[in-house]
Write a protein that binds this ligand. Structure first.
Ligand code: SAH
Length: 339
């Protein structure tokens, strides 16, 4: 379906020339939308008639259902409705002089991670390039700070929808001028997808959702681990570093007395010590979800876990949760709305 941010530069040019516009018009519109990141209605260097035409010809993919603000307005979370009625979420995190957008790559998710609200709800469909890019641009339109970073940490498994995710990544990099290093693709550990990503041209940052150092526990939390066990995920991550020279981040949602014991920190250190380029562990307190009984690990337990890693030479940081009071964690807003 043709939409505002799904159309290619070539198709836009063809369309405008067919309307009798001069060839430079397409470039003006394209640069206005992407390089300058303006909403269509602010492209005042094209005539009002053409703007009106384009507004109808290139409809938005996303309609705002709800917008909530937290952390004194520095965290903004949208629930959008797609043209076919799917619901997806986007989060904007504003800092002093830049901003990060967390985007969804699918409506729902097939990976069924037990603690994740999106996983609990199941898979609906892949998003297309325009739906992914529009999340970034709509957030940019609401942000005084320039969006410098995009993380694929919203709903969905990006490596299960790599074609659209890659198309969107190219748009962010080539047309919006974002650095590839500032684009993070977070994966549950789809090994063939990680290999494919290593083959693609841009050195985007890879994040791997580990959550446990041993296959027994990881298979409980992240069922796809039965297909791609830890050793195979680590091998693909090492290959990624070798090909791209980028440090890999490992995410670890800390769940009280499930995966936060000191023995697990030691096992995790054993797994990651000496990882090429130096592994970085992001410890995130679990966000409680309705469909999962576990509770977030306490701050002291997380700090002890982090210390055990750093004492053993593995770099770790505790991620401050943003937006918890607005249900900004993966899939939560949608599940509230649909629930
Ligand atoms: N499918 C991708 C993106 C998922 S969301 C992936 O698995 O990496 C980004 C991160 O948030 C993942 O590490 C995911 O496991 C984590 N996450 C999901 N639900 C969570 C919750 N309730 N609490 C804490 N982290 C969660």
């Amino acid at each position: 379906m043709t939409s505002r941010y799904n159309i290619t530069a070539e198709d836009l040019a063809t369309h405008l020339v067919a309307l009798g516009e001069r060839p430079f018009r397409a470039k003006q519109v394209w640069e206005g939308l992407y390089e300058q990141r303006k909403p269509l209605e602010d492209l005042t260097n094209i005539g009002a008639d053409l703007r009106t035409h384009l507004d109808a010809f290139l409809p938005h993919s996303l309609t705002e259902l709800t917008r909530r603000e937290g952390d004194n307005g520095t965290t903004v979370k949208w629930l959008w409705r797609t043209q076919d009625g799917a619901q997806i979420e986007t989060v904007l995190m504003r800092y002093r002089d830049r901003a990060t957008v967390c985007v969804s790559s699918q409506a729902g998710c097939a990976m069924a991670c037990t603690f994740c609200a999106t996983g609990q709800a199941g898979f609906e469909r892949h998003l297309d390039v325009g739906e992914i890019v529009e999340q970034v641009l709509r957030a940019q339109h609401a942000s005084p700070q320039r969006v410098s970073n995009v993380v694929f940490m919203g709903m969905g498994e990006p490596l299960a929808n790599l074609d659209a995710v890659w198309g969107a990544t190219q748009r962010l990099h080539q047309d919006m001028g974002m650095s590839a290093r500032h684009i993070t693709i977070s994966t549950v550990g789809i090994v063939p997808g990680m290999r494919k990503l290593a083959d693609l041209a841009l050195p985007v940052t890879l994040a791997v959702s580990l959550h446990a150092p041993d296959d027994e526990l990881r298979s409980e939390l992240v069922p796809i681990n039965k297909r791609y066990p830890i050793a195979s995920v680590m091998e693909a991550a090492r290959e990624y570093v070798a090909r791209k020279g980028r440090r890999v981040t490992f995410e670890y949602a800390c769940i009280e007395r499930v995966n936060d014991q000191l023995q697990r920190a030691e096992a995790l250190a054993d797994l990651l010590r000496g990882f090429p380029g130096g592994a970085h562990v992001n410890l995130i307190p679990l966000n409680s979800t309705d469909g999962y009984g576990g509770t977030p690990a306490g701050a002291m337990r997380i700090q002890n876990f982090a210390n055990a890693l750093t004492d053993r030479g593995v770099n770790a940081t505790v991620r401050r949760n943003r937006g918890t009071q607005i249900d900004a964690a993966c899939g939560q807003l949608r599940s509230r709305n649909l629930g």
